[in-house]
Design a protein around this ligand. Sequence first.
Ligand code: FES
Length: 332
Amino acid sequence: MQVDGRQIRVTVRAISEPAEDIRLFELAPESGAATPYPAGSNLTVTLPQGVRTLTRCYSLVGEAPTDGAWRIAVKRVSPSRGGSAAMWALAPGAVLTVTEPTSHFELALGRPEYLLVAGGIGITPLLGMAERLERLGHRPRLVYAARKRSQLAFLDRLQALLGDRLTILVGEEGGRLDCAGEIARLDPAAEVYMCGPVGMMAAMRAAWTAAGRAPIRLRFETFGSSGERPAVPFTVHVRDLGSAVEVPVDRSLLDALADAGIDLAYDCLRGECGLCAVEVTAGAEALDHRDVFLSAEQKHAGTRLCACVSRATGEITIDTGYRPALDRAGQQ
Ligand code: FES
Protein backbone atom coordinates (compact mmCIF):
# COMPACT_ATOMS: atom_id res chain seq x y z
CA MET A 1 0.00 0.00 0.00
CA GLN A 2 1.37 3.41 -0.92
CA VAL A 3 1.49 5.92 1.89
CA ASP A 4 0.00 8.85 -0.01
CA GLY A 5 -0.67 10.21 -3.49
CA ARG A 6 -3.72 11.34 -5.48
CA GLN A 7 -4.40 9.14 -8.52
CA ILE A 8 -4.44 10.85 -11.93
CA ARG A 9 -5.23 9.30 -15.32
CA VAL A 10 -2.75 10.26 -18.03
CA THR A 11 -2.44 9.52 -21.74
CA VAL A 12 0.88 8.64 -23.33
CA ARG A 13 1.06 11.57 -25.75
CA ALA A 14 4.38 10.75 -27.42
CA ILE A 15 7.37 8.44 -27.10
CA SER A 16 10.90 9.18 -28.30
CA GLU A 17 14.36 7.66 -27.83
CA PRO A 18 16.92 10.23 -26.65
CA ALA A 19 19.65 7.56 -26.40
CA GLU A 20 20.25 3.87 -26.96
CA ASP A 21 17.96 1.83 -24.70
CA ILE A 22 16.29 4.92 -23.23
CA ARG A 23 12.74 5.97 -24.04
CA LEU A 24 11.20 9.31 -23.14
CA PHE A 25 7.46 9.24 -22.41
CA GLU A 26 5.25 12.34 -22.49
CA LEU A 27 2.33 11.84 -20.11
CA ALA A 28 -0.56 14.29 -20.40
CA PRO A 29 -3.28 14.31 -17.68
CA GLU A 30 -6.76 13.55 -19.06
CA SER A 31 -8.06 16.67 -17.33
CA GLY A 32 -6.04 19.77 -16.67
CA ALA A 33 -2.34 20.28 -17.24
CA ALA A 34 0.63 18.61 -15.61
CA THR A 35 1.42 20.43 -12.38
CA PRO A 36 4.86 21.93 -11.65
CA TYR A 37 7.21 20.06 -9.33
CA PRO A 38 10.54 20.67 -7.57
CA ALA A 39 13.55 19.50 -9.62
CA GLY A 40 14.40 15.92 -8.65
CA SER A 41 10.75 14.85 -8.18
CA ASN A 42 9.32 11.45 -9.10
CA LEU A 43 6.16 10.22 -10.72
CA THR A 44 4.71 6.93 -9.46
CA VAL A 45 3.16 4.97 -12.33
CA THR A 46 0.78 2.00 -12.14
CA LEU A 47 1.41 -0.35 -15.05
CA PRO A 48 -0.36 -3.39 -16.46
CA GLN A 49 1.48 -6.70 -16.22
CA GLY A 50 -0.80 -9.44 -17.58
CA VAL A 51 -3.78 -9.71 -15.24
CA ARG A 52 -1.86 -7.93 -12.47
CA THR A 53 -0.52 -4.44 -12.06
CA LEU A 54 2.76 -3.15 -10.77
CA THR A 55 3.85 0.21 -9.46
CA ARG A 56 7.08 1.94 -10.40
CA CYS A 57 8.60 5.29 -9.62
CA TYR A 58 10.44 7.36 -12.27
CA SER A 59 12.23 10.69 -12.10
CA LEU A 60 10.61 13.58 -13.91
CA VAL A 61 12.77 14.92 -16.73
CA GLY A 62 13.48 18.63 -16.89
CA GLU A 63 12.87 21.49 -14.52
CA ALA A 64 9.15 21.96 -15.24
CA PRO A 65 6.35 20.83 -17.57
CA THR A 66 6.23 23.47 -20.31
CA ASP A 67 3.48 22.08 -22.53
CA GLY A 68 0.99 20.42 -20.20
CA ALA A 69 2.73 17.02 -19.99
CA TRP A 70 5.08 15.33 -17.54
CA ARG A 71 8.08 13.51 -19.00
CA ILE A 72 9.80 10.41 -17.65
CA ALA A 73 12.67 8.46 -19.19
CA VAL A 74 12.89 4.69 -18.82
CA LYS A 75 15.90 2.52 -19.60
CA ARG A 76 15.36 -0.90 -21.14
CA VAL A 77 16.89 -3.35 -18.69
CA SER A 78 17.25 -7.06 -19.10
CA PRO A 79 16.17 -8.88 -17.10
CA SER A 80 13.56 -6.35 -16.06
CA ARG A 81 11.89 -6.20 -12.64
CA GLY A 82 8.76 -5.69 -14.72
CA GLY A 83 8.53 -1.91 -14.93
CA SER A 84 10.98 -1.42 -17.77
CA ALA A 85 9.35 -4.13 -19.91
CA ALA A 86 5.85 -2.81 -19.19
CA MET A 87 6.82 0.78 -20.06
CA TRP A 88 8.57 -0.27 -23.25
CA ALA A 89 5.44 -2.17 -24.31
CA LEU A 90 3.38 1.05 -24.26
CA ALA A 91 2.38 2.89 -27.43
CA PRO A 92 1.16 6.48 -27.84
CA GLY A 93 -2.49 6.70 -26.76
CA ALA A 94 -2.12 4.27 -23.85
CA VAL A 95 -3.82 5.38 -20.65
CA LEU A 96 -2.10 4.96 -17.29
CA THR A 97 -2.62 5.97 -13.69
CA VAL A 98 0.01 8.05 -11.94
CA THR A 99 0.20 9.85 -8.62
CA GLU A 100 1.02 13.52 -8.32
CA PRO A 101 4.76 14.22 -8.35
CA THR A 102 6.52 13.62 -5.06
CA SER A 103 10.00 14.63 -4.04
CA HIS A 104 12.58 12.76 -1.98
CA PHE A 105 15.56 14.41 -3.64
CA GLU A 106 15.22 18.16 -3.37
CA LEU A 107 17.81 20.80 -4.08
CA ALA A 108 19.03 22.88 -1.16
CA LEU A 109 19.80 26.33 -2.49
CA GLY A 110 22.36 28.83 -1.29
CA ARG A 111 25.49 26.65 -1.34
CA PRO A 112 28.72 28.15 -2.70
CA GLU A 113 29.24 25.36 -5.27
CA TYR A 114 27.30 22.46 -6.78
CA LEU A 115 28.53 19.27 -8.40
CA LEU A 116 26.07 16.90 -10.08
CA VAL A 117 27.17 13.31 -10.77
CA ALA A 118 25.10 11.11 -13.08
CA GLY A 119 25.59 7.50 -14.12
CA GLY A 120 23.55 6.23 -17.08
CA ILE A 121 19.80 6.75 -16.66
CA GLY A 122 20.66 8.58 -13.42
CA ILE A 123 20.82 11.71 -15.57
CA THR A 124 17.01 12.04 -15.38
CA PRO A 125 16.64 13.84 -12.02
CA LEU A 126 19.89 15.76 -12.51
CA LEU A 127 18.88 17.36 -15.80
CA GLY A 128 16.14 19.34 -14.06
CA MET A 129 18.49 20.21 -11.21
CA ALA A 130 21.11 21.50 -13.65
CA GLU A 131 18.47 23.63 -15.37
CA ARG A 132 17.20 25.07 -12.10
CA LEU A 133 20.67 25.79 -10.71
CA GLU A 134 21.74 27.40 -13.96
CA ARG A 135 18.61 29.54 -14.10
CA LEU A 136 19.33 30.75 -10.56
CA GLY A 137 22.91 31.62 -11.48
CA HIS A 138 24.70 28.88 -9.51
CA ARG A 139 26.76 27.61 -12.49
CA PRO A 140 26.82 23.89 -11.49
CA ARG A 141 29.27 21.34 -12.87
CA LEU A 142 27.95 18.00 -14.11
CA VAL A 143 29.94 14.78 -14.48
CA TYR A 144 27.96 12.35 -16.64
CA ALA A 145 29.20 8.77 -17.04
CA ALA A 146 27.88 6.03 -19.33
CA ARG A 147 29.27 2.77 -20.61
CA LYS A 148 28.87 3.75 -24.29
CA ARG A 149 28.66 7.17 -25.96
CA SER A 150 25.40 6.14 -27.64
CA GLN A 151 23.85 5.74 -24.16
CA LEU A 152 24.29 9.42 -23.25
CA ALA A 153 20.86 11.09 -23.26
CA PHE A 154 20.00 14.80 -23.56
CA LEU A 155 23.58 15.59 -24.56
CA ASP A 156 22.80 18.57 -26.82
CA ARG A 157 20.60 20.11 -24.16
CA LEU A 158 23.27 19.64 -21.49
CA GLN A 159 26.05 21.02 -23.65
CA ALA A 160 23.99 24.11 -24.51
CA LEU A 161 23.18 24.59 -20.84
CA LEU A 162 26.56 23.92 -19.21
CA GLY A 163 29.26 24.30 -21.87
CA ASP A 164 32.66 23.38 -20.42
CA ARG A 165 31.10 22.69 -17.02
CA LEU A 166 29.89 19.37 -18.46
CA THR A 167 32.32 16.42 -18.20
CA ILE A 168 31.50 13.29 -20.15
CA LEU A 169 33.02 9.94 -19.13
CA VAL A 170 32.52 7.00 -21.50
CA GLY A 171 33.50 3.67 -19.99
CA GLU A 172 34.39 1.85 -23.20
CA GLU A 173 36.65 4.80 -24.15
CA GLY A 174 38.53 4.54 -20.85
CA GLY A 175 36.56 7.22 -18.96
CA ARG A 176 36.47 6.64 -15.19
CA LEU A 177 34.96 8.71 -12.41
CA ASP A 178 37.74 10.02 -10.17
CA CYS A 179 35.69 10.36 -6.99
CA ALA A 180 38.52 11.58 -4.76
CA GLY A 181 39.75 14.03 -7.41
CA GLU A 182 36.29 15.52 -7.99
CA ILE A 183 35.72 15.93 -4.26
CA ALA A 184 39.17 17.53 -3.73
CA ARG A 185 38.29 20.28 -6.26
CA LEU A 186 35.20 21.36 -4.34
CA ASP A 187 34.65 24.28 -1.99
CA PRO A 188 34.52 22.99 1.64
CA ALA A 189 30.81 23.87 1.81
CA ALA A 190 29.95 22.55 -1.67
CA GLU A 191 27.04 20.19 -2.17
CA VAL A 192 26.98 17.11 -4.41
CA TYR A 193 23.88 15.52 -5.95
CA MET A 194 24.23 12.15 -7.62
CA CYS A 195 22.15 9.44 -9.20
CA GLY A 196 23.42 6.28 -10.82
CA PRO A 197 24.21 2.62 -10.29
CA VAL A 198 24.77 1.46 -6.72
CA GLY A 199 28.47 0.68 -7.36
CA MET A 200 29.20 4.22 -8.55
CA MET A 201 27.34 5.74 -5.65
CA ALA A 202 29.02 3.48 -3.09
CA ALA A 203 32.44 4.58 -4.43
CA MET A 204 31.44 8.25 -4.22
CA ARG A 205 30.06 7.84 -0.71
CA ALA A 206 33.27 6.10 0.44
CA ALA A 207 35.44 8.86 -1.06
CA TRP A 208 33.21 11.52 0.51
CA THR A 209 33.58 9.93 3.95
CA ALA A 210 37.35 9.47 3.46
CA ALA A 211 37.65 13.19 2.63
CA GLY A 212 35.98 14.06 5.94
CA ARG A 213 33.08 15.86 4.24
CA ALA A 214 29.75 16.40 6.01
CA PRO A 215 27.35 13.55 5.07
CA ILE A 216 24.46 16.01 4.69
CA ARG A 217 26.27 17.68 1.76
CA LEU A 218 26.19 14.50 -0.35
CA ARG A 219 22.67 13.83 -1.58
CA PHE A 220 21.73 10.95 -3.79
CA GLU A 221 19.00 8.96 -5.40
CA THR A 222 19.09 5.60 -7.11
CA PHE A 223 16.91 3.80 -9.61
CA GLY A 224 16.99 0.48 -7.82
CA SER A 225 17.70 -1.76 -10.79
CA SER A 226 21.39 -2.53 -10.38
CA GLY A 227 22.80 -5.03 -7.94
CA GLU A 228 26.01 -6.88 -7.20
CA ARG A 229 24.72 -9.96 -9.03
CA PRO A 230 22.41 -10.57 -12.00
CA ALA A 231 18.72 -10.82 -11.09
CA VAL A 232 17.48 -14.41 -10.80
CA PRO A 233 14.28 -15.95 -9.42
CA PHE A 234 14.44 -16.66 -5.69
CA THR A 235 12.37 -18.26 -2.94
CA VAL A 236 11.20 -16.52 0.21
CA HIS A 237 9.85 -18.23 3.30
CA VAL A 238 7.69 -15.82 5.24
CA ARG A 239 7.08 -16.29 8.94
CA ASP A 240 3.52 -17.49 9.62
CA LEU A 241 2.52 -17.51 5.93
CA GLY A 242 2.63 -21.31 5.64
CA SER A 243 3.86 -21.44 2.05
CA ALA A 244 6.89 -20.16 0.18
CA VAL A 245 6.71 -17.11 -2.08
CA GLU A 246 8.47 -17.40 -5.43
CA VAL A 247 9.88 -14.13 -6.73
CA PRO A 248 10.25 -14.29 -10.53
CA VAL A 249 12.87 -12.26 -12.30
CA ASP A 250 10.28 -9.74 -13.53
CA ARG A 251 8.68 -9.05 -10.14
CA SER A 252 10.05 -7.33 -7.08
CA LEU A 253 9.84 -8.96 -3.65
CA LEU A 254 7.31 -6.26 -2.74
CA ASP A 255 5.14 -7.23 -5.75
CA ALA A 256 5.44 -10.97 -5.03
CA LEU A 257 4.46 -10.50 -1.38
CA ALA A 258 1.44 -8.44 -2.46
CA ASP A 259 0.45 -11.26 -4.83
CA ALA A 260 0.62 -13.61 -1.82
CA GLY A 261 -1.68 -11.35 0.21
CA ILE A 262 0.96 -9.51 2.23
CA ASP A 263 0.74 -5.76 1.58
CA LEU A 264 3.76 -3.94 2.95
CA ALA A 265 3.85 -0.18 3.38
CA TYR A 266 5.95 1.54 0.74
CA ASP A 267 6.64 5.00 -0.59
CA CYS A 268 9.66 5.69 -2.82
CA LEU A 269 9.89 2.26 -4.57
CA ARG A 270 13.56 3.04 -5.27
CA GLY A 271 15.33 1.81 -2.16
CA GLU A 272 15.61 5.21 -0.53
CA CYS A 273 13.01 5.63 2.24
CA GLY A 274 13.32 2.23 3.97
CA LEU A 275 9.57 1.97 4.53
CA CYS A 276 9.35 -1.45 2.86
CA ALA A 277 12.29 -3.01 4.76
CA VAL A 278 11.65 -6.51 6.11
CA GLU A 279 13.55 -8.49 8.71
CA VAL A 280 15.72 -11.30 7.33
CA THR A 281 16.01 -14.27 9.70
CA ALA A 282 17.87 -16.75 7.46
CA GLY A 283 19.80 -16.66 4.19
CA ALA A 284 21.87 -13.49 4.71
CA GLU A 285 24.56 -14.80 2.36
CA ALA A 286 22.04 -14.89 -0.53
CA LEU A 287 21.05 -11.22 -0.27
CA ASP A 288 21.71 -8.77 -3.13
CA HIS A 289 21.09 -5.31 -1.67
CA ARG A 290 20.08 -2.71 -4.29
CA ASP A 291 18.95 0.12 -2.02
CA VAL A 292 20.69 3.23 -0.73
CA PHE A 293 18.73 3.32 2.53
CA LEU A 294 20.58 0.70 4.58
CA SER A 295 24.13 1.51 5.66
CA ALA A 296 27.09 -0.62 4.59
CA GLU A 297 27.13 -2.09 8.13
CA GLN A 298 23.44 -2.99 7.98
CA LYS A 299 23.91 -4.61 4.57
CA HIS A 300 26.86 -6.58 5.87
CA ALA A 301 24.84 -7.74 8.89
CA GLY A 302 22.19 -9.09 6.48
CA THR A 303 19.23 -8.76 8.83
CA ARG A 304 17.13 -6.30 6.79
CA LEU A 305 16.15 -6.07 3.13
CA CYS A 306 14.35 -3.36 1.17
CA ALA A 307 11.61 -5.33 -0.57
CA CYS A 308 10.97 -2.80 -3.35
CA VAL A 309 14.35 -3.17 -5.06
CA SER A 310 16.61 -5.70 -3.33
CA ARG A 311 16.75 -9.34 -4.27
CA ALA A 312 18.37 -12.66 -3.34
CA THR A 313 20.04 -15.46 -5.21
CA GLY A 314 18.70 -18.47 -3.31
CA GLU A 315 16.33 -19.13 -0.43
CA ILE A 316 15.79 -16.65 2.35
CA THR A 317 13.46 -16.41 5.33
CA ILE A 318 11.88 -13.12 6.32
CA ASP A 319 9.55 -11.72 8.93
CA THR A 320 7.21 -9.06 7.55
CA GLY A 321 5.18 -8.69 10.72
CA TYR A 322 2.42 -10.76 9.08
CA ARG A 323 0.52 -12.62 11.85
CA PRO A 324 -2.68 -14.23 10.47
CA ALA A 325 -3.69 -15.70 13.85
CA LEU A 326 -3.45 -12.29 15.48
CA ASP A 327 -5.35 -10.71 12.58
CA ARG A 328 -8.18 -13.21 13.03
CA ALA A 329 -8.23 -12.67 16.82
CA GLY A 330 -8.37 -8.92 16.21
CA GLN A 331 -11.47 -9.36 14.04
CA GLN A 332 -13.38 -11.33 16.66
S1 FES B 1 9.56 1.84 -0.71
FE1 FES B 1 11.18 3.17 -0.14
S2 FES B 1 12.84 1.80 0.20
FE2 FES B 1 11.26 0.54 -0.54
